[in-house]
Design a binder for this molecule. Structure first.
Ligand code: FRU
Length: 404
């Protein structure tokens, strides 16, 4: 476990989940709305906290209601806020984000008038107490002093920077960093055709750095000083929400580098974690398995004479799997008896009558039809077991077919 200090803007993200991206001048109703902390460094720290690190955010904080909400959530997330700089003027920075469910892409409109952390504030922090220092690549005049002081007083402290967008004069500061994260947005704005060209162009500015340039779902290109440029492809997953995927990638890389992994291992893990993030909404519980991560069972193991009880990965749910003899298909029901809301195997195993094609709750002997889960005998006659959606792949593995 390491101590990571990150410097960046804390943002209130208002996320509107929509079923398509609107046309200009269209009126669109969102399906739901989330309000949550955002900002690249704050997002990365939340992921690093989940990975077991002590994290601390250096940011400015407005005096408004939104700032109070954000500090509360960040504290719940386990991020230390003892180095925040309070500002009387300006409001909490806000992002209004459309999350298009069709594609999983996020479109961000950002507004801020809050001043950013200044050098004098940063200079008072005991950075010697940290194992890693991470900066958002912004606020160039102040950043220059911060990098200088960090490099001078803590020459061994690893420093990373996130160069998301071009900022005047920022390239001149890159000789101080050990790890440089950049990406498509910066590269394209600078007129580079691809990630490799961007790395090559930046190399003279950052001679010491592991340079990493991400390119959306194409993955990441990276290079050690004096080494070749290497491509590590992204994992191909069903995308639900890309908001914060880049910040998650960065956290994954820092985590592995803190563990002395090689750059190749670190980038690979960053990709893996970013892909995992894209499969779910938000950044909570990123390390927990998702419901369709592992198979529930093999279809060849499911018989008509015996009920199989399987645990849904990452969920507090078990399901009953049984073969329907008539159609030779597999039926799946949530393991919950409608009579008293208890698992059917609470008292004993789930008995099956293969002739009547029924299965029995062990608690009060309610019998359910395998075919459609209807209770045909017992205390909840006429009620049904709740079907559970499954999918079976070509290899015969049965998976939960639910959205996390
Ligand atoms: C995602 C994000 C959002 C924030 C925006 C700021 O990477 O950090 O949480 O609103 O970018 O640019």
């Amino acid at each position: 476990m390491a101590k990571v200090l990150a410097i960046g803007n804390l943002v209130l993200d208002t996320v509107l989940i929509t079923d398509h991206f609107p046309q200009e001048d269209e009126e669109l109703r969102a399906e739901s709305r989330l309000r949550q902390p955002g900002g690249n460094a704050a997002n990365s720290l939340y992921v690093l906290t989940q990975l077991g690190h002590h994290t601390s955010l250096v940011t400015t904080l407005a005096a408004d209601q939104e700032a109070r909400l954000l500090t509360q959530v960040l504290q719940q997330r386990g991020i230390d806020l003892s180095h925040i700089q309070r500002k009387l003027k300006g409001a909490t920075p806000s992002s209004y984000i459309l999350l298009n469910q069709q594609s999983g892409t996020r479109t961000i409109v950002h507004y801020r008038d809050l001043p950013e952390v200044d050098f004098d504030h940063f200079a008072k922090i005991e950075i010697e107490a940290y194992d890693w220092l991470h900066f958002e690549g912004r606020n160039v005049p102040e950043l220059k002093g911060m990098l200088n002081i960090a490099r001078t007083f803590c020459p061994e402290l690893p420093i990373s920077i996130d160069l998301e967008k071009p900022r005047d004069g920022i390239e001149a500061l890159l000789d101080k960093v050990n790890v440089l994260f950049t990406g498509k947005h910066y590269a394209q704005a600078k007129g580079h055709e691809d990630a490799a060209a961007c790395i090559e162009a930046l190399r003279t500015c950052a001679p010491q750095a592991l340079m990493i340039c991400t390119w959306g779902d194409a993955g990441a290109w990276w290079q050690m000083p004096g080494g070749d440029i290497v491509h590590t492809p992204a994992q191909n997953v069903r995308v639900k929400d890309t908001l914060g995927a880049g910040d998650t990638f960065l956290a994954g890389v820092i985590h592995k580098l803190l563990q002395q992994a090689t750059p190749a291992e670190a980038v690979h893990y960053g990709n893996e974690l970013a892909a995992r993030k894209c499969r779910q909404q938000g950044l909570d519980n990123l390390l927990a398995p998702l419901a369709d991560d592992q198979p529930l069972a093999k279809s060849s193991d499911i018989s008509a004479a015996k009920a199989t009880i399987a645990q849904v990965p990452g969920r507090d749910t078990t399901v009953i799997l049984i073969r329907d003899k008539d159609t030779d298909t597999i039926k799946a029901y949530i393991n919950n008896c409608p009579h008293q809301q208890v698992p059917l195997n609470e008292a004993y195993k789930v008995d099956v009558n293969p002739f009547a094609k029924t299965l029995k709750c062990s608690v009060h002997d309610a019998w359910f039809k395998v075919e459609d889960g209807e209770c045909v005998e017992g205390p909840c006659q006429g009620d049904h077991l709740q079907p559970f959606p499954i999918r079976i792949d070509e290899a015969g593995n049965i998976y939960a077919a639910i959205d996390d």
